[in-house]
Design a protein around this ligand. Structure first.
Ligand SMILES: [Zn+2]
Length: 56
């Protein structure tokens, strides 16, 4: 299974057991990408920087 990197447009291989919300690194540009599901297909979007101490 493959999805397209939204940053550089390269195909990114997804594990067979990929789950929405998983983070995958693009081999081509090194971007961290979040897997999400739309219409039964897995797509990739740029992952937000996750701040552990946000809120409050
Ligand atoms: Zn990329």
């Amino acid at each position: 299974m493959e999805a397209q990197c939204p940053i550089c447009g390269s195909p990114v291989r997804l594990p067979d057991d990929v789950m929405p919300g998983e983070l995958i690194e693009c081999d081509s540009c090194g971007a961290t990408l979040e897997v999400y599901e739309q219409n039964g297909m897995f797509l990739l979007r740029e992952a937000e920087e996750i701040g552990e101490d946000w809120g409050e």
